[in-house]
Design a protein around this ligand. Sequence first.
Ligand SMILES: [Ca+2]
Ligand SMILES: [Ca+2]
Length: 462
Amino acid sequence: MFDFAAIKDSCRVKGFDVTGSWLHLKGLEVKGVPQNNMLNHESWGVWVSGSNNTFELLDLHHNMGPGLFIQNGGKNLVLSCDSHHNYDPMTSNGAGQSADGFGAHISAGSGNTGNVFRGCRAWWNTDDGFDLINAFEPVVIEDSWAWNAGYLPDTMTSVPDGNGNGFKAGGYGGGYVSNGVKHTVRLSVAFNNRASGFYANHHTVADDVFDNTGYNNHPDFNMLGVDSTGAAIGIGNLRNNLAYGGTLTSNMSGTNVSNNSWNLSVSLSDAQFQSVSTSGWDAPRQADGNLPALPYLHLAANSTLIDKGTNVGLPFNGQAPDLGAFESGSTPTTTPPTTTPPTTTPPSTRPPTTAPPTTPGPSGCTASYQLAGSWSGGFQGGVTVTNSGSSTVGSWTVHLTLPGGQAVTQLWNASYTQSGNQVTVTNASWNGALAPGATATFGFLANGDGGTPPTTIGCTAS
Ligand SMILES: [Ca+2]
Ligand SMILES: [Ca+2]
């Protein structure tokens, strides 16, 4: 734990000034970075200008400025970090105005692509949860949560100048620039933020905004952009998003939208969800560092929002993606897909008296691999299992040999064990039974270079 609160310097303070590359900072608590006068905008918990770094399981809080700020550098991965209770009362630009949870503001012409925020949480930050203003290279934010931005921490009192957005995905100060870039925000949740949940912030390029949930923000999705004449427009590519509570949307005219809750014939109510609780999201992470497995804003088993999305290249269960950040069946706390799994014929209570027992056909399965996406130091893969035999199977096992340097970090819709480069994956309780020709899928996240597929992939069934 690094507590910087006792620093009395009158300069701006960086708790960690990460100018190097290929570093891995893991498991550090960084707090109390101060500002000791009113001369500057902010200090920073972690300030980054290097590349190819990994920031993992950092707990960044009570700093007078952003918890983690990528000023420059590319291919940095911010993984499973929490940034909260940051507030900058000592500032030259308005109390609260500069304390974001996370920021990335990559310089123009730097070529520093590939910065990713994944599995991160931002709450009780006085400015924004995540802020990509003045980022001139694309940034990806995924599987992340942002809430209660724009308030004095632990109160519902607005700060004098904080902006209060959950995910601020771009913008260049309000005016038009010709070299803006497309960012991606996906699989993320924003709720109870004072201003927008997902905000384009006068961006100049349509971001990809896929599979997000906005709940009780003001509004949930605000796609305010600016065109080359400086006029306000709606901008963004929106798919499979779910807006509920608060104000749903604003500045949607001109956006590229389909399969979002507000443009489908779906009715929203609390009953669509397992729970709409907004407390407890700051629960401890799972033992592997992943976000806690909570039922909040996960779809109810009978939700009509299941399978209402469209395929955007992300893994899904059932016939189509669900609306919102949490796909049914993706974690142990969610419900299995609503599509009925193939069932084996129940045994009869007495042996058949006429037809002789059928001889089971050969059972077997095949497994095929697909790369779903990759980033610096990691990738997402998916595997489709097909019953290639002529009889129904009750369970299946896939054996993967990964190339050197790859290791699975998370896997859904099945369970797995890993020994060296050998990964053994067995079906979940609800997708083991496959009729001849039927398929099941699972997905996974892995460390390593995603450009090389598994060395071997095999499947056995019984
Ligand atoms: Ca901000
Ligand atoms: Ca689905």
